[in-house]
Design a protein around this ligand. Structure first.
Ligand code: XMP
Length: 323
């Protein structure tokens, strides 16, 4: 009979037997799946696991701290944080095309991750032979099943490492659905904000700024997004909506009036959606008073934002994200 306790017990035993006295690494994204996978492996092999978190500077307010502090406090995991904000911002300079942004962010991410990985592999200690991944059952079905090894090219070698590092995969969530993963996470004592986190794209706020991504614009968007999330949570709506992207139209300006002055600022878009699987979505009918509160707070508290608009497009034809 299926209980989260059984799943954890079985996986812990299997992972211990598999890894022995060797080591494993795991990339953390801030998302539910990688967090639960890491926590499970940590429970099994403790300090033989090292997690890597690449801070690309495109996360929302408080999210990096959530991984660095709360996740580490809850699990005791050994974590290597790489602050790569400047590197990502430099690579994104002048770029406005959404696909190009995605490509650059993806490429830089792999490079930074590989570098961190190479440093871990090169340090003293037992061989690093395993890579932990938060693959879920629906991912397994979608890709036609089968286990494999990850062949990760290492372009940025640290003295004398092999060109290609081959890792064996540990995928402790391969038999689970998302709601089961959340239950396992809860049982493992992970913070509520991580276990019930809504989907958030890998490229982060980089694809929620229509226009060039700069530190200044990211800071504006982070403030606006934090206000929207705070008010949605306060209204008890987190479990009713699938996600609510907040988008900064950085290349658009409109005239406004504030106090006795004319303003010429940027709009932000609220994109609350309901969905089952993100393949299709409908715009969420949020209560007017919640929308009003968010709008008032954002225009009062976020410098340079003088207008809040609501996206009332379903998917299709609109996508959930704006880029
Ligand atoms: P769209 O915008 O295509 O989004 O309707 C569907 C879901 O996928 C997320 N999304 C991404 N996730 N990398 C990701 O990891 C991406 O490049 C990306 N683009 C969209 C989006 O947040 C939504 O949940």
């Amino acid at each position: 009979n299926w209980t989260t306790g059984n799943v954890i017990e079985e996986q812990v035993a299997a992972i211990r037997a598999l890894v022995g006295d060797r080591r494993a690494i795991c990339g953390l994204s801030g998302g539910v799946d990688s967090a639960v996978a890491a926590a499970l492996v940590q429970k099994a092999i403790g300090s033989q696991l090292t997690c890597v978190y690449v801070d690309h500077g495109l996360m929302r307010k408080g999210e990096t701290e959530q991984v660095e502090k709360d996740f580490v406090a809850a699990t005791g995991v050994q974590l290597k944080v790489v602050d790569a904000e400047e590197r990502f911002l430099t690579a994104l300079k002048g770029v406005t095309d959404p696909e190009e942004k995605r490509k650059i962010i993806g490429r830089e991410f792999i490079r930074v991750f590989e570098q961190a990985q190479a440093e871990i592999v090169a340090d003293e200690g037992p061989a690093v032979e395993f890579l932990v991944q938060g693959t879920l059952y629906p991912d397994v079905v979608e890709s036609g099943g089968g286990t494999g090894t990850a062949n990760i090219k290492s372009h940025h070698n640290v003295g004398g490492l092999p060109e290609d590092l081959e890792f064996k995969l540990i995928e402790p969530l391969r038999q689970l659905f998302k709601d089961e993963v959340r239950m396992v996470g809860q049982e493992l004592g992970l913070p509520e904000e991580i276990v019930h986190r809504q989907p958030f794209p890998g490229p982060g706020l980089g694809i929620r700024i229509v226009g060039e991504v700069t530190k200044e614009r990211l800071d504006l968007l982070r403030e606006a997004d934090a206000i929207a999330r705070e008010e949605l949570t306060a209204a008890g709506l987190d479990r009713d909506i699938w996600q609510c992207p907040v988008v900064l139209l950085a290349d658009v300006r409109s005239v406004g009036v504030q106090g006795d002055g004319r303003t010429y600022g940027h709009p932000v878009v609220l994109r609350p959606v309901s969905s089952e699987d993100a393949m299709t979505a409908d715009w969420s009918r949020l209560p007017y008073d919640v929308l009003a509160k968010i709008s008032t707070r954002i225009t009062n508290e976020v410098r340079d934002v003088n207008r809040v608009v609501l996206d009332v497009t379903s998917k299709p034809p609109g996508t959930i994200e704006w880029e």
